[in-house]
Design a protein. Structure first.
Length: 181
């Protein structure tokens, strides 16, 4: 018996080039699917398995080039600000030196953010939150006798949370969840 693979509905879509362009440029899978009347899972599978790798690499190179150019510009601003600090200090004009020093500091801060050495924003990780673990265990235990319901809950959570890359709580679907004491 030969295995017949299903054809990718996204690949067969008449606007496949626009879909690929949107996916490469970072438009969320759900938004792309909605715009083109496709299932988000189909678009996600297409992104993971069929999106031309050269297009993805080209986009990444273009983004890297833009980031490098921005970094160069900010470094140039820092260099100019530092020259102004030194000039103002040598002329004994400390008020302008302070202003230039602030600009140099701001430029250094921006450089740090651009190269990833300074983090911005708040990061919340609930994976190790004891309340989250307890809720996850309660959901699993309640759905243990209902494998179809387990799968439906996971799919609903994935959809609500816009998790397209991997299933949320795959151990709940497969029934391999380890209970916590």
């Amino acid at each position: 018996m030969t295995k017949v693979s299903a054809k990718c509905k996204t690949c067969q879509h008449p606007e496949i080039n626009k879909i690929n362009e949107q996916l490469i440029s970072g438009v969320p899978v759900r938004e792309v699917a909605k715009q083109h009347g496709l299932n988000h899972m189909s678009v996600n599978r297409h992104r993971e398995n069929h999106l031309p790798k050269t297009l993805v690499k080209a986009q990444a190179l273009q983004e890297q080039s833009a980031a490098d150019e921005l970094l160069e510009r900010v470094e140039s601003i820092y260099d100019e600000a530092w020259k102004l600090v030194k000039k103002a200090e040598s002329d004994g004009k400390y008020q302008p030196a302070v202003g230039a020093l602030k600009e140099a500091r701001n430029s250094l801060e921006l450089i740090g953010k651009l190269i990833g050495q300074l983090k911005t924003g708040t990061e919340i990780n609930i994976t190790y939150n004891t309340e989250f673990i307890a809720v996850r265990g309660a959901i699993y235990n309640a759905l243990l006798p209902y494998p179809e319901a387990r799968k439906a809950v996971v799919e609903a959570l994935n959809q609500e949370l816009d998790h397209d890359d991997q299933a949320l709580l795959p151990e709940v679907i497969e029934g391999e969840y380890q209970e916590w004491d």
